[in-house]
Design a protein around this ligand. Structure first.
Ligand code: COA
Length: 153
C-alpha cells in the first residue's frame, strides 16, 4: 500500500522580519493591498497577527485586533497558488480559537462587496451581514461600500 503524505500545517506569530515576504504576497492577491507600514503598525500595536505555514512555507497570514469581548479581523490572505484548498477556512478556525481563548465572544470584519472570495469565505465560515458602511474603501473610480459581518464565537 502507498503511504499518502499529508501536508503539515502550523501557525506561528507574525514577526517584523516576515513583512517583506508578506508584502510580496499581499501585492499579488489584493487590488488595494495594505502597505508594509500597515503590517508594521499592527505588529508594534500588539495586534494578534499570524503566519500559516504548510510544510514550513508561508501560505497565509492574518491580522486581528482583540478588544474586550470583540475580535476584529483586519486582514487575511492565502497565497494565490494555494487558494480554494481549505486553507483560508482553516486559518479562520485558528483565529476563532485564539480569539475565544482571549475572551472574545464575537468576531467582526469589513469586506468589499466586490470581493467574491472574501464574501464567500466568510459566509461559508458562519459570518452574517449586520450592516454597511457607505464609501468606506477607496476604489478605482469612486469609493466602495463595506459590508460589515459578524460571527458569534
Ligand atoms: C479570501 C481568501 C482568504 C480565501 O482563502 P481560501 O484558502 O481560498 O479559502 P478556502 O479554500 O478555505 O474556502 C472555503 C470556502 O469559502 C468559499 N470560497 C472561497 N473562495 C471562493 C471563491 N473564489 N469563489 C467562491 N467561493 C469561495 C467556498 O465555499 C469554499 O469552500 P469550497 O472550496 O469547499 O467550495 C483568499 O481567496 C484570499 O487570500 N483572497 C485575497 C485576499 C482577500 O480578499 N482576503 C479577504 C479580505 S476581506
Amino acid at each position: 500500500m502507498n503511504a499518502v503524505l499529508q501536508p503539515r500545517l502550523d501557525f506561528r506569530p507574525m514577526r517584523l522580519e516576515d513583512v517583506d515576504a508578506i508584502m510580496a504576497v499581499e501585492k499579488t492577491i489584493y487590488p488595494f493591498p495594505w502597505t508594509a507600514g500597515n503590517f508594521i503598525d499592527s505588529l508594534t500595536s500588539g495586534y494578534s497577527a499570524w503566519i500559516c505555514r504548510e510544510d514550513g512555507l508561508m501560505v497565509g497570514y492574518a491580522v486581528m485586533m482583540l478588544v474586550l469581548d470583540e475580535a476584529h479581523l483586519l486582514n487575511i490572505g492565502i497565497v494565490a497558488e494555494r487558494q480554494r484548498a481549505g486553507l483560508g477556512g482553516t486559518l479562520l478556525d485558528y483565529l476563532f480559537q485564539v480569539a475565544r481563548a482571549a475572551g472574545a465572544r464575537r468576531m467582526l470584519l469589513e469586506v468589499r462587496p466586490s470581493n467574491v472570495s472574501g464574501c464567500a469565505l466568510y459566509r461559508h465560515c458562519g459570518f452574517v451581514e449586520i450592516g454597511r458602511r457607505r464609501g468606506y474603501y477607496p476604489g478605482h473610480r469612486s469609493r466602495e461600500d463595506a459590508i460589515v459581518m459578524e460571527r458569534e464565537l
